[in-house]
Design a binder for this molecule. Structure first.
Ligand code: COA
Length: 112
């Protein structure tokens, strides 16, 4: 799944660069959107995110491009590799794992 986001002033830290916490939230959201698109009748919560390394600073006005690809599926979990690019430069990548839960937040097997 492909998505974009514009880096507006409210997402900057006090040095004028993108605050990393917002990027992590967007990455989490992109994985959730990909999972919800592939499993439209499922509820998901994020259980884990792999290595976090911010490779480049990002300025106001940048357009970030997010790519989410499913790279794994287990009994209750599904994992997406999320890559973030600014123009052609990768600024961030990680794997995000989500677990399907029921209305009580208890893990449940994914549909096959
Ligand atoms: C997600 C949650 C329901 C999992 O319940 P649990 O009983 O602890 O489940 P398990 O430890 O058996 O793991 C469930 C699946 O997640 C996988 N998993 C667990 N921890 C993981 C991690 N750190 N990274 C990747 N996968 C992980 C397990 O391998 C398992 O996969 P499978 O069923 O496909 O084989 C529970 O941990 C939870 O509610 N967490 C809070 C989720 C949340 O609120 N997220 C938002 C951020 S606060």
């Amino acid at each position: 799944m492909e998505n974009h986001r514009l880096v507006l002033p409210q997402y900057l830290n006090h040095y004028g660069f993108l605050f990393g916490g917002y990027l992590l939230a967007w990455v989490d959201e992109m994985a959730y959107l990909a999972a919800s698109s592939e499993f439209p009748n499922s509820k998901f919560v994020t259980v884990g995110m792999d290595d976090v390394e911010f490779k480049k600073t990002v300025r106001e006005g940048s357009i970030l491009h997010f790519n989410s690809q499913r790279v794994g599926q287990g009994n209750t979990s599904v994992t997406y590799a999320v890559s973030v690019r600014r123009e052609e430069i990768e600024i961030f990548s990680t794997n995000v794992t989500l677990v399907q839960v029921d209305d009580n937040g208890v893990k449940t097997p994914l549909p096959r």
